[in-house]
Write a protein that binds this ligand. Structure first.
Ligand code: SF4
Length: 380
């Protein structure tokens, strides 16, 4: 067991599976579409990259993200899970998560996941409205979401569902019915993301050409406010700007990111943060495979932040959490005093009712959550 603090040495690991059946209109993740013949070589490469750990590492969270990990067939999934567990030893009560899509799930895959230690499934539902799924260019229909949930629930209790709000043409009534439908599935955790138009994505191109009209900011805020009201009323804790959990079901993995702690990362496009250095692997599948299979590094970007930069980054990230920033822990983690960095700006945001300062902690108020990005920007 490594004795370095968790912001230096990882207690969490991310493994990226880039393969997808199709490119959704809004997506700018590192993905590979129509290249399924490379999946086995990709698993060979992951095995080699994991081997660079030297010795198996104890972690409290492993996250298989994508892409679409559930796009792999049963045999490939099994190989992946065995491989990951060979190098990453999950602590007792640890979390082993996988992202899945409704259209690539079946009962046999759920069995493989459960048999190989998966403890949490994160399902990309996004909406229950066919017209909105179509705008987002998702492959599945609403019925497939319910069926996937049923299969998962036969073996795995901890289920998170992702929803997107702010799609072109989405009304408050659409959104409320999405929230009702998702609550009826009784997930333990929900992530609600506002749609963003990332440069170069099909959706961004359509907006640029005037083929669709994005929702205005006020309408988006209204949807966000509805989500907070409805989900809190239903007993979910709003523990991060975009995330809600039943008691005891916060995502262990994401809490590592939001504490700005260290994590391992493996796979095409994967990022890692180890011993204060941030690194990102190449987003190009062929380059990733060529380099790793030749025994070379696939790192494409690498930087080591200075103390002040690291402290500012920690401030920006930790403020996203409901518990905000704890001054004492912040000092320990960054070597800097929160008030030296942003004391005056914090006081101003407290006067505006956007932050609350409780002495030991500083956190967003409810109004502050609506404009979190602007508040964080002012503190920086
Ligand atoms: S399934 Fe997920 S990762 Fe794949 S293209 Fe769609 S949004 Fe992106």
């Amino acid at each position: 067991m490594n004795v370095l603090p968790p912001w230096q040495w990882p207690r969490a690991a991310y493994i990226h599976i880039p393969f997808c059946a199709h490119h959704c209109g809004y997506c700018d993740f590192a993905i590979a579409v129509g290249q399924d013949e490379q999946i086995d070589a990709y698993l060979d490469a992951l095995a080699l990259e994991l081997q660079t750990l030297g010795t198996p590492q104890a972690v409290r969270s492993i996250f298989l993200g994508g892409g679409t990990p559930s796009h792999l067939n049963c045999a490939q999934l099994e190989r992946l899970l065995v491989l990951v567990r060979r190098w990453l030893l999950l602590e007792a009560q640890g979390e082993f998560s996988i992202e899945v899509n409704p259209d690539s799930m079946d009962e046999a895959k759920v069995k493989v996941l459960a048999d190989h230690g998966i403890t949490r499934v994160s399902l990309g539902a996004q909406s229950f409205h066919p017209h909105l799924l179509q705008v987002l260019e998702r492959l599945h229909g609403p019925d497939q979401v319910a069926r996937a949930v049923e299969w998962v629930r036969q073996r795995i209790v901890n289920l998170s569902v992702d929803l997107i709000f702010g799609a072109p043409g989405q009304t408050v009534a659409d959104w409320k019915s999405d929230l009702d439908r998702v609550l009826a599935l009784e997930p333990t955790h929900l992530s609600t993301y506002g749609l963003t138009y990332e440069k170069g994505t099909p959706l961004w191109k359509q907006r640029e050409r005037g083929l669709l009209v994005a929702l205005d900011e006020e309408s988006e805020w209204q949807l966000y406010r509805e989500a907070i009201d409805i989900l809190e009323e239903a007993g979910f804790e709003h523990y991060e700007i975009s995330n809600f959990a039943r008691a005891g079901y916060r995502s262990v993995h994401n809490q590592v990111y939001w504490a700005n702690e260290a994590y391992f990362g493996f796979g095409m496009g994967a990022a890692r943060y180890v011993l204060g250095r941030r690194e990102t692997n190449t987003r190009d599948l062929r380059t990733y495979l060529r380099k790793i299979l030749a025994g070379e590094s696939a790192i494409f970007q690498s930087e080591e932040l200075g103390e002040e930069e690291r402290a500012r980054e920690t401030l920006a990230i930790q403020l996203r959490r409901a518990e905000g920033i704890a001054r004492c822990r912040f000092r320990l983690q960054t070597g800097r005093e929160l008030d030296e960095l942003a004391g005056e700006a914090i006081r101003r945001q407290v006067e505006l009712g956007l932050l609350r300062d409780e002495g030991e902690t500083v956190a967003l108020t409810r109004s502050g959550k609506y404009v979190a990005d602007a508040v964080i920007e002012r503190l920086l």
